[in-house]
Design a protein around this ligand. Structure first.
Ligand code: ADP
Ligand code: MG
Length: 701
C-alpha cells in the first residue's frame, strides 16, 4: 500500500551516514518520518531581517551577513570577548559575544550568519547577539554565494553542537523533495473533511513548514500537525473510553428516593445550581446500561464530597455498595468523618478501611463488605488490596486530588474491574482549563462544579516584600493569640532536596527560637517518612500545634477550619495553580482568613501575583497559569522526553481545534470501534505503528 518509505532509517538519507545519524538520534530523529516532523523552530524573512545599514542603537534586531573577520579580544578586566564583523549588501557591523571566546572555534570567516540581539553603542554600533545561527559554512559546496535566494524565508531548525544549523539545512536541502513526495502516505483525512476543517493536506503542511514562501504560510502547516496530535490522542482515549464503558455491560442503577430524598431534606442548605446539574449528569450515566467513567472537577470547597455521597446513595438504593477511595489515610479519615456527619439522620453506617485498621476490627469490616452488610466504605489503597471483596459494588469514587497521572488512574480503574464492573467517578480539586482536562482525561466524561456555595468568605490575599516580614509575623502572632492556627510555606529550592530541607529546617529553628518562642511549631517536609508526615498533620489538625512550617508537601484537601492564616515565602517561585492549592488550606472555617505572599521585588512576578491576589476563582487562575507558564509544565510526569504529549498544539490557542479533533475521534470510534472499516485503515495503521506506547499506556493495545 505504499506505506513505509518514511520508516527508512535516517542514516540512509542523503548526506547523513552513521555519525550524523547518531547526532540526529539526540534530536529524537531516527527515521525519515522524524525528519519531516523535525520542523524549524523559527523563521525569518525580509520583514524580520534588517539591513545592517539601517540598524540604530537601541534596536533589537535580526540581521544576516557573512563573516568578514573575527577574533578574540582580551580586556583589562580579564574578560575575553569574541568579535565578528558581519557584512551584508548594505554595510558592516561588529558583533560581540563577551565571555564566549570558544566561539572562535565555531564561527569562521566566510560563514553566513543569522544573528538576533540588541544594538548597543560601543565604539560606534555593536550588536550583542542573544542568538545566532550559522546558515551556511564558508566554502560549503552546496551553497550559492548567499545560501538562499533573496526574498525567501530563512528557516532555523532545532540544532545541537554536533549537528549545527548549516549541516541540518544541507540535509533538508538534499532530502526534502523526497520526503515531501512520500508525506502523503500517512494522509488519513479525506479531502472533503480537510476542507471542512480548513486544514491543508499533509504534504502541503510539511512543505509550508520546511519551505515556506512567506512567513504566514507556516501557521496552517502547524495547525495541521496540531490537529493530528489532538486527533490521535483523542482517538486512543476514545478507544479506552469505549473499552471501559461499552464493551461489557455496566450497572443500571435504579432510583427509589428512599435515601436520596431524606438526605436532601436533612441538609440545612440548597444544592448549588452546579451541584444539581452535575448530579443530573452522574445519575444519567448511572441509570444507563453503559458503565460510568466520569471526571468531576471543582475548586476546593465547591461541594464535591456531597455530590459523591448522593451518587453513592443511588448505588445503595438499588441494593449495591459504594466506595470512596482517598490518596492518604488522613484524607480518608476526613472524608469518613464528613460522611458520617451527613448520614447521621439517615442512620446509614459508613466504614473506614485504611492500613491502620488491623486484627479483629479488620476481619469484621472485610466480612461486612463481603456479605453486603456494610453499604458504604471510605478508605485508602487498602480498599483495592488482596482479601477485600465486595458483595455487590455499584460505584467507586476516586478522590485523586491533584495527583493526575494516567498510569496511576488506569491502575486503580483496572483494579476495580476485577470484581463486577462498578461505575467510576474520579474527583479532582485542581481546577484546570477544559482544553487541558480533555487532553489529560479525554477518556472520561467531564463534569465541572464551577460555582461555590453562597456565603463563602473569600480569603484575603496580600502581597509583601521581604522587608515587611516582621509586620507579617506580627499579624500571624495576633491570629495565634486569638487561638487560631497558621501555616508558613517555603518553596522547593531547585538545587537539591537536601538544600531544600536545610532551608526549611533552618527557618523552622529560627522561627521557633526567635520569632514564636511561646508557640508550638511543627515542621513538615518531603523527606519525612509518610507516617511521620501524617503524624505531624494529625497533630496540627487536632490543635496540638499552632504553626506549621512546611515545604510544599502540605496535603491538598486537608481541612483544618481553625487555620486562618498562611504565609508563603518566595511566592514568585510558585506556579499560580500551586499557590491556589496552597491558599485553599485556609478559609475553611467561619472566621475571616488571609494569605500573605512574600516576594522579591520584580516586575513580572509582581504582575502574576497581582492577578492571583485579585481573584479566588480557581478556573480563572488555572487559565492564567496555562497562559503564563505554558502547557509543558502542567503535564508533569506525562511529558517524558521522547514522546511529549503535544509538540505542535497549544492548549491556549488551539482549543477549538481540540474540540474538532475530539468530535472526529469519538465519531470514528462510535461508528467503527475496532477500526475495521477499510476507510479507517490508514488511521489504524498509524495508530498501531506510531502510537503503540500510548495504546499500551491506555490499555487499549
Ligand atoms: P470539596 O470536597 O469540593 O472541597 P466539600 O464537599 O468538602 O467541598 O464542601 C465544603 C463545605 O461546604 C462542606 O462543609 C459542605 O457541607 C458545604 N456545602 C456543600 N454544598 C453546599 C451547598 N450547596 N451550600 C452550602 N454549603 C455546602
Ligand atoms: Mg451505569
Amino acid at each position: 500500500m505504499g506505506y513505509g518509505h518514511l520508516d527508512r532509517p535516517a542514516q540512509f538519507m542523503k548526506g547523513v551516514g552513521p555519525r550524523r545519524a547518531d547526532s540526529l538520534k539526540k534530536l529524537s530523529v531516527g527515521t525519515a518520518r522524524d525528519l519531516l516532523y523535525h520542523v524549524p523552530r523559527r523563521y525569518d524573512d525580509a520583514s524580520t531581517i534588517q539591513s545592517i545599514e539601517s540598524l540604530k542603537v537601541g534596536d533589537d534586531a535580526t540581521i544576516r551577513g557573512r563573516v568578514r573577520s573575527s577574533g578574540v579580544i582580551p580586556t583589562r578586566s580579564g574578560l575575553r570577548i569574541f568579535q565578528a564583523v558581519l557584512q551584508d549588501a548594505s554595510g558592516m557591523i561588529t558583533c560581540a559575544w563577551p565571555g564566549q571566546p570558544w566561539l572562535d572555534r565555531k564561527i569562521r570567516e566566510g560563514d553566513q550568519l543569522l544573528v538576533t540581539g540588541p544594538v548597543k553603542f560601543f565604539h560606534g554600533r555593536q550588536l550583542h547577539p542573544r542568538e545566532f545561527t550559522t546558515l551556511a559554512r564558508a566554502g560549503d559546496p552546496g551553497q550559492g554565494e548567499d545560501g538562499q535566494e533573496a526574498g525567501t524565508v530563512f528557516t532555523s531548525y532545532p540544532a545541537t553542537d554536533a549537528l549545527p544549523q548549516w549541516v541540518l539545512r544541507r540535509i533538508y536541502e538534499e532530502n526534502l523533495d523526497w520526503l515531501l513526495e512520500h508525506a502523503d502516505e500517512e494522509e488519513y483525512l479525506p479531502p472533503e473533511l480537510r476542507e471542512r476543517l480548513g486544514l491543508p493536506g499533509l504534504q502541503e503542511a510539511f512543505r509550508r513548514l520546511h519551505r515556506p514562501r512567506s512567513l504566514d504560510e507556516t501557521e496552517p502547516g502547524r495547525r495541521r500537525l496540531a490537529f493530528d496530535e489532538f486527533f490521535f490522542l483523542q482517538l486512543v482515549q476514545a478507544l479506552a473510553r469505549y473499552r471501559q464503558t461499552e464493551v461489557e455491560p455496566g450497572i443500571v442503577h435504579t432510583r427509589t428516593n428512599e435515601l436520596i430524598r431524606p438526605l436532601h431534606e436533612s441538609l440545612p442548605f440548597e444544592l448549588t445550581g452546579a451541584q444539581a446539574r452535575v448530579l443530573r449528569e452522574i445519575y444519567g450515566d448511572m441509570a444507563s446500561p453503559r458503565r460510568m467513567n466520569r471526571f468531576l472537577q471543582g475548586d476546593v470547597g465547591a461541594g464535591k464530597t456531597l455530590v459523591a455521597l448522593f451518587a453513592m446513595l443511588l448505588s445503595v438504593e438499588g441494593g449495591r455498595q459504594g466506595a470512596l477511595m482517598a490518596p492518604t489515610e488522613l484524607l480518608a479519615e476526613q472524608h469518613h468523618l464528613k460522611l458520617q456527619e451527613l448520614l447521621e439522620p439517615l442512620e446509614i453506617p459508613v466504614a473506614l478501611l485504611t492500613g491502620s485498621v488491623t486484627g479483629r476490627a479488620r476481619e469484621e469490616l472485610l466480612e461486612g463488605l463481603r456479605e453486603g452488610r456494610t453499604p458504604l466504605v471510605v478508605g485508602t489503597h487498602a480498599l483495592i488490596q488482596e482479601g477485600v471483596e465486595f458483595r455487590n459494588l455499584g460505584l467507586v469514587v476516586v478522590d485523586e486530588q491533584h495527583r493526575f497521572g494516567v498510569r496511576q488512574r488506569m491502575a486503580l480503574v483496572e483494579e476495580a474491574e476485577k470484581g463486577p464492573r462498578p461505575d467510576v467517578l474520579v474527583m479532582s480539586a485542581t481546577p484546570i482549563p477544559r482544553s487541558l482536562a480533555l487532553t489529560l482525561y479525554g477518556d472520561l466524561e467531564l463534569s465541572v462544579l464551577d460555582e461555590l456555595p453562597p456565603g463563602r468568605r473569600p480569603v484575603r490575599t496580600l502581597l509583601r516584600y521581604p522587608s515587611g516580614r516582621q509586620e507579617v509575623y506580627a499579624g500571624v502572632r495576633k491570629e495565634l493569640e486569638a487561638g487560631r492556627q497558621g501555616y508558613i510555606v517555603y518553596p522547593l529550592v531547585e538545587e537539591s532536596e537536601k538544600t531544600d530541607l536545610r532551608a526549611a529546617t533552618q527557618e523552622y529553628e529560627r522561627l521557633a527560637r526567635e520569632v514564636f518562642p511561646e508557640r508550638r511549631l511543627g515542621l513538615l517536609h518531603g523527606q519525612l517518612p509518610a507516617e511521620e508526615k501524617e503524624a505531624v498533620m494529625r497533630a496540627f489538625r487536632d490543635g496540638e500545634l499552632d504553626l506549621l512550617v512546611s515545604t510544599t508537601v502540605i496535603e491538598v484537601g486537608i481541612d483544618v477550619p481553625n487555620a486562618t492564616v498562611m504565609v508563603i515565602e518566595h511566592a514568585e517561585r510558585f506556579g499560580l495553580s500551586q499557590l491556589h492549592q496552597l491558599r485553599g488550606r485556609v478559609g475553611r472555617g467561619a472566621e475571616a482568613s488571609w494569605c500573605v505572599l512574600i516576594a522579591e521585588p520584580g516586575e513580572m512576578a509582581r504582575e502574576r501575583l497581582e492577578v492571583f491576589a485579585a481573584t479566588n476563582d480557581g478556573f480563572e487562575i488555572a487559565r492564567a497559569d496555562l497562559r503564563i507558564r505554558g502547557q509543558g509544565d502542567l503535564f508533569g510526569s506525562q511529558q517524558h522526553g521522547r514522546d511529549p504529549l503535544l509538540r505542535f498544539a497549544d492548549l491556549t490557542t488551539d482549543a477549538e481545534l481540540l474540540e474538532q479533533a475530539r468530535a472526529l475521534a469519538r465519531k470514528v470510534v462510535a461508528a467503527d470501534p475496532e477500526l475495521k472499516d477499510p476507510r479507517h485503515e490508514r488511521i489504524r495503521t498509524i495508530l498501531e505503528h506510531r502510537h503503540a506506547e500510548r495504546l499500551r499506556m491506555w490499555k487499549v493495545g
